[in-house]
Write a protein that binds this ligand. Sequence first.
Ligand code: GLN
Length: 299
Amino acid sequence: MSPDILDRDSVPTIGFIIRETASAFAEAGLETPGLDARLLMSHTLSCDGARLVAIENDRLGSHQAELFEQLCERRLEGEPVHRILGHREFWGRHFILNSHTLEPRPDSEVLIEAVLARIDRSGRHDEPLHILDLGTGTGVLGLTLAAELRSSFAILTDISSDALQAASLNAQELGLAKRVSLKKGNWFDALKDCDGRAFDIIVSNPPYIPSGTMSGLQKEVRLHDPVAALDGGNDGLDPYRVIFSQAVRFLTPEGVLVVEHGFDQRDVLCLLAEESGWRVESQLNDLGGNARGLVLTPD
Ligand code: GLN
């Protein structure tokens, strides 16, 4: 055997590295070790999962091996895998994140499902509906609705211009820039120059963690999601108070308000909504069966 072949044989294949990494991740207690290892390898090689399977007997170049190792170290230090990748899928689409945006979660997809089902029932799917997403972050909620409802227009608001930058990039990447506008400001203050504008759909996943319990959050959330996207004030309900008291002014008479909330906030939020003049049309559970959202109409 020539020294060359000996050398080559001593370099592990991509498939082998993925398996070894997955067991190291499992040993470190990560929840989805195999998936994380494959995602980080796909990112290293700029390829998708299918391609990764096809090249599992190939070997990494030295730069790639070094990059992969750095990504794995970040993961082992507790950085969430989608923060490392800088993007996450939501409702089948690709969303770019930055350090000022919440990482989109599949739980929020129940809000999309509820809105689309309601619009389909009313037969208005192809109408030029107006959508408002308050505290948009990456833009997942408003942009997904705008993408699904092809004749709609959406306004996305956020208090953070850095978050709006991510939402703007996502709007462009999804080819939605012409039907979407971005406005900076705190809740409805962002709409100062849109007086009298009425929306068919207002959607929001506001910060809802009570300030005093922030330190008890899961490490991946506490250390890597932005505080401004999480902290909902003393009892976690401050943003809902603002939204419930003002949204009716910005809704069409048949319009709907859909909000996400924490797993233990359903009862208190239903009360708050009813006291503020809303009818609870439906209560939404997420994929894990937890209370997750409310569909509200003006009473
Ligand atoms: N609307 C965004 C999302 O659902 C951001 C929510 C937030 O920052 N609280 O991910």
